[in-house]
Design a protein around this ligand. Structure first.
Ligand SMILES: *[C@@H]1O[C@H](CO)[C@@H](O)[C@H](O)[C@H]1NC(C)=O
Ligand SMILES: *[C@@H]1O[C@H](CO)[C@@H](O)[C@H](O)[C@H]1NC(C)=O
Ligand SMILES: *[C@@H]1O[C@H](CO)[C@@H](O)[C@H](O)[C@H]1NC(C)=O
Ligand SMILES: *[C@@H]1O[C@H](CO)[C@@H](O)[C@H](O)[C@H]1NC(C)=O
Ligand SMILES: *[C@@H]1O[C@H](CO)[C@@H](O)[C@H](O)[C@H]1NC(C)=O
Ligand SMILES: *[C@@H]1O[C@H](CO)[C@@H](O)[C@H](O)[C@H]1NC(C)=O
Ligand SMILES: *[C@@H]1O[C@H](CO)[C@@H](O)[C@H](O)[C@H]1NC(C)=O
Length: 440
């Protein structure tokens, strides 16, 4: 929860650094297929992976992956997808918009777990520092490269000339980009959604992005600036305790943990914003802001009270109800380092009252659509208007905006161009997209 949570979609960046090998062998009779169809349609597989790619004598671990050959036809590309910092999950894979694109190209979809997540752990007893030394981006990239070079032939047979397309969103969008950059011979193209390629320590632009997306940002900022912050900074433990109690967060002893916990629901709401797809779903941002508009007055204290109610509601619907659950989610002291030896870095969270122009994803300024990357020329970038984090990886819905529909179209067309194939799914007439205008 605390780590920058990376769920939704905002933009799409498809990267191709070297367009020289474009021929696709549609007539190839060596093709990827499941060796055991029953098995592959219903269960997880495990790949024998090197613990240390720099010293292969260190042994191996089991890296988990899923395979879906429902749409696969000989000659189709292989889409390699990873959720990055999270376990792979069959249900999530099925609900992903990636499969729709995979279907368009008669592709094979492989979803692979990142080392140190889910079940894909090297054989370690605890998370102390020496044991974490194999959790590096380079080792993770080498895992994927190894998988592409030596696919698990007990489960799939991949033709040597198959085109591998790496797909990821957010951190795994970075991985997709880096895979293409580092292993251009193995990775034909990368589809990177909302990838924050730039790293930044004091990433205040994230909070600016959150503020930008909220029509009621002034009321929220006012609550923090004129009610919450003065209490937290007063040092008056009685008042601080009463404030925490108002938010249902009495169990958080540390004031910074508390500050982080109360900014979390708002950030998450913006980052994961998507219009409701059914009448039973709440339209989060407008509902949140309506509460301020309907309040009897606009005093700082009243705004803080509304924030407190929203926070309690969020905790309830998130199932974070018991004191233990609250501590586990928000308290930096909750990790018992005598049980799980680890080195922790505490962090600060700030809500700032700045505004900027741009779309809704708070991560936007670290992606290629941020000003730092405008000069990238051989790659294609699409900005989803009013989109939030990783929207293009979501399964299509009836409420998809025109811009999101165009984004899906853009991915199809770009890949079709690069693969030199016509899409199996006809997208002409899908929606009229002025892609030129939206290219950055
Ligand atoms: C295929 O996988 C299923 C499910 O794991 C297993 O029961 C069956 O024995 C496997 N068949 C072969 C031929 O390996
Ligand atoms: C494969 O994809 C199809 C279509 O999205 C889905 O119905 C099926 O459940 C998927 N199977 C697996 C094992 O992911
Ligand atoms: C702390 O706040 C309480 C409640 O507002 C008040 O009664 C008390 O005097 C304050 N203590 C100090 C040291 O200011
Ligand atoms: C509260 O309302 C008054 C009067 O409408 C307005 O002048 C003021 O800017 C508002 N304050 C906030 C924080 O919205
Ligand atoms: C959580 O929400 C449910 C449904 O609205 C409600 O019945 C329950 O009392 C709430 N629990 C807490 C701890 O607020
Ligand atoms: C941490 O775990 C140890 C060993 O189980 C236990 O003795 C200790 O009380 C725990 N500390 C906290 C703060 O929970
Ligand atoms: C963007 O989303 C917000 C929040 O739902 C909505 O109020 C606004 O009308 C949308 N703007 C556009 C241009 O779609």
């Amino acid at each position: 929860m605390k780590s920058a949570v990376i769920f939704r979609l905002l933009f799409i960046l498809v990267i191709l650094l070297d367009c020289s090998v474009l021929s696709v062998h549609l007539t190839s009779n060596v093709y990827a297929r499941d060796v055991n169809e029953t098995n592959s349609q219903s269960s997880y597989h495990y790949y024998k992976q090197f613990i240390d790619h720099n010293d292969k004598s260190c042994g191996t671990f089991s890296q988990r992956f899923l395979i879906n050959s429902t749409y696969y036809k000989p000659g189709g590309p292989i889409f390699l997808n990873t959720p990055g910092e999270g376990a792979i999950d069959l249900k999530i894979v099925e609900a992903s918009g990636v499969s729709e694109i995979v279907a368009s190209f008669n592709g094979l979809l492989i979803t692979i777990e990142h080392r140190y997540y889910g079940e894909s752990y090297p054989p370690i007893k605890n998370l102390n520092t020496p044991n974490m030394k194999y959790l590096t981006v380079n080792q993770a990239l080498a895992d994927f490269a190894e998988f592409i070079k030596n696919p698990p032939t007990d489960v799939i047979e991949c033709p040597k000339d198959a085109k591998w397309i790496f797909v990821g969103g957010s951190y795994s969008g970075n991985l997709a980009t880096w895979m293409r950059q580092k292993f251009p011979k193995l990775v034909f193209a990368a589809w990177a959604s909302s990838a924050p390629l730039l790293s930044k320590i004091n990433f205040f632009e994230y909070d600016q992005g959150v503020a930008h997306a909220l029509p009621c940002r002034d009321r929220v900022a006012d609550a923090f600036k004129n009610f919450i912050d003065p209490i937290l900074l007063s040092g008056n433990r009685t008042e601080i305790a009463a404030l925490k109690s108002q938010f249902g967060l009495d169990v958080l002893d540390d004031d910074q943990d508390f500050a982080s916990a109360i900014s979390h629901p708002i950030s998450l709401m913006v980052q994961t914003y998507f219009p409701p797809t059914s009448p039973s779903e709440i339209d989060t941002i407008p509902t949140f802001c309506a509460a301020f508009a309907q309040a009897p007055d606009n005093k700082s204290e009243t705004s803080a009270l509304i924030l407190a109610q929203v926070t309690k509601f969020f905790l309830n619907v998130s199932g974070i109800i018991t004191p233990d659950a609250i501590k586990a989610n928000f308290a930096t002291s909750a990790l018992n380092t005598s049980v799980v030896p680890n080195d922790l870095v505490s962090f600060l969270y700030q809500l700032q009252n700045h505004q900027n122009k741009g779309e809704l994803d708070p991560w936007k300024s670290l992606t290629v659509s941020g000003s730092n990357f405008r000069t990238i020329s051989r790659n294609k970038v699409f900005l989803i208007k009013n989109g939030s984090h990783v929207n293009d990886l979501r399964f299509p819905t009836s409420v998809d905006s025109d811009s999101l529909k165009c984004a899906r179209n853009f991915i199809r067309n770009t890949l079709a161009e690069w693969l030199c194939v016509k899409c199996a799914t006809d997208v002409s007439g899908f929606i009229k997209c002025q892609v030129e205008e939206e290219l950055m």
